[in-house]
Design a protein around this ligand. Structure first.
Ligand code: FMN
Length: 232
């Protein structure tokens, strides 16, 4: 087994703390076109590779595309999204209010600032998902389809570690369930075998600065709403 030995060549002079990275990470939906050096990605992936997994099976599979490979996938996704709607399972009823609150933030004055009546503008903003928000690196996250939800936990840990390592180096990211609505396009574009279950897409790149959409702060529930502590 190879032992990942991440170096810290790409860290800023003043290294942010873990808490800074956790607090600073948020979804980035506007990117600079500048490419992301492969060794910088590798450094973050080597750290992500240290995530825990059930029996150490390391069942995350990530395929990243940049350059012409990324552009081909974007074209295919754009074509598919013009032809038909995405096939993404709807959120269960009890979670829908979160989506609507988040939608107000993203499309409202604090974000895209698109009036509710401007249906075409709204659609165009949503369709930005299929160009990975302009990110120079587009990815798909998958795992073996014979595994179950417990193993999806490990993939999540890998992905969060990856995103925190990116944040530490000034890079941005956005996870994207939206692109999984066109699984055939992802399979073909990223060369994913049939035995891999597609979990999510991811955009990676340098965040565009002074961009309102990139600065929206999405609130969280109080800890007491999601964690139960039994003491006696
Ligand atoms: C599994 C997953 C799928 C997501 N899919 C999308 C997506 O398709 N499009 C999008 O704009 N954001 C997507 N997001 C980002 C969430 O909207 C975002 O994480 C959430 O609103 C919290 O905001 P923050 O990441 O800025 O803290 C996704 C996040 C996760 C974890």
């Amino acid at each position: 087994m190879t032992n990942p030995t991440p170096n810290s060549k790409h860290l800023p002079d003043l290294v942010p703390s873990l808490e800074d990275c956790i607090r600073h990470r948020h979804s980035i939906r506007f990117y600079k076109p500048d490419p992301v050096p492969q060794d910088l990605l590798y450094e973050c992936l080597s750290l992500a590779q240290l995530a825990p997994s059930n029996s150490n099976i390391q069942n995350w599979r990530l395929t990243l595309a940049s350059g012409p490979a990324r552009d081909r996938i974007v074209s295919a996704l754009q074509q598919a999204s013009q032809a038909h709607g995405p096939n993404v399972p709807p959120l269960p009823e009890q979670f829908k209010h979160f989506r609507s609150e988040f939608g107000h933030l993203l499309y409202g004055e604090q974000g895209y600032n698109i009036p509710r009546s401007a249906k075409e503008e709204h659609k165009a903003a949503t369709l930005r998902n299929y160009e990975f928000f302009g990110a120079p690196v587009a990815g798909v996250i998958a795992m073996d389809s014979s595994l179950t939800v417990v193993d999806a936990m490990s993939v999540g840990m890998f992905v969060q570690t990856f995103m925190l390592a990116l944040t530490e180096r000034g890079l941005g990211s956005c996870l994207q369930v939206s692109v999984t609505g066109y699984p055939e396009v992802l399979r073909e574009g990223f060369g994913l075998p049939e035995d891999q279950a597609i979990l999510c897409g991811i955009a990676v790149g340098w965040p565009a600065e002074h961009n309102r959409v990139n600065e929206i702060v999405v609130p969280r529930e109080e800890v007491g709403r999601v964690v139960t502590m039994l003491n006696d």
